[in-house]
Design a protein around this ligand. Structure first.
Ligand code: E4P
Length: 216
């Protein structure tokens, strides 16, 4: 499974990249609003750090506007993937951009049928939001299982990005289901590396090493 980071924070992206596990980045208008600077400069800076898909979101309400924005965003850097919301207008934009060779990531997907529509329209990536489904007492990961089954039934080439991840168990379940990608907040990446027995083990080894290190 590929790991993307779900942030627009340059320091977090650099840190995750330095661990050697980073395959791409997803941003959205909320994440961009938390950072300083012009959005295009942020997208370009991210593309210089990560050699993989970097999602930048189009915000126009109509397909013509999304296509125009998409062409512009894609022209900023070869790594840019245009994020398009899962609406009727969004699907129209995905279709046009796909014919021009511009990759899209259909976002705000909450049902298997939305995912199927996005893949059929020509999306390169489809992003089901598991955490926001869990928030309303719906099973986010079950939607991912259904989407993976449907994509496999029809050998659809769109990759599934498990998004809106809240904790490491979302990542474990995504991996067990066989989802292509998980886009993960920095805090959860840090949690994924931790285990109390690892910390206890290091403490004990260091303490024991103190006892023997000066032996001749
Ligand atoms: C994905 O591309 C989105 O940016 C993100 O995962 C949304 O997560 P949230 O529900 O925590 O805002």
């Amino acid at each position: 499974m590929k790991f993307f980071i779900d942030t627009a924070n340059i320091e977090q992206i650099k840190e995750a990249a330095s661990i050697g596990i980073l395959d791409g980045v997803t941003t959205n208008p909320t994440l961009i609003s938390r950072e300083k600077g012009n959005p295009e400069d942020i997208f370009k800076a991210i593309c210089e750090i990560v050699d993989g898909p970097v999602s930048a979101e189009a915000v126009s309400p109509d397909w013509q506007g999304m296509v125009k924005e998409g062409r512009h965003l894609a022209s900023l850097h070869k790594n840019i993937v245009v994020k398009i919301p899962m609406t009727k207008e969004g699907l129209k934009a995905v279709k046009v951009l796909a014919t021009e060779g511009i990759r899209t990531n259909v976002t705000l997907v909450f049902s298997p049928i939305q995912a199927l529509l996005a893949a059929r329209a020509g999306a390169a990536f489809v992003s089901p939001f598991v955490g926001r489904l869990d928030d309303i007492a719906s099973e986010g990961m079950e939607r991912v299982e259904q989407i993976m089954q449907i994509f496999s039934n029809y050998a659809l080439s769109a990759e599934v990005i498990v998004a809106s991840i809240r904790h490491p168990m979302h990542v474990v379940r995504a991996a067990m289901i066989g989802a292509h990608i998980a886009t993960i907040p920095f805090k959860v990446i840090e949690q994924m590396m931790k285990h109390p027995l690892t910390d206890n083990g290091i403490t004990r080894f260091l303490a024991d090493w103190e006892k023997v290190k000066n032996r001749s």
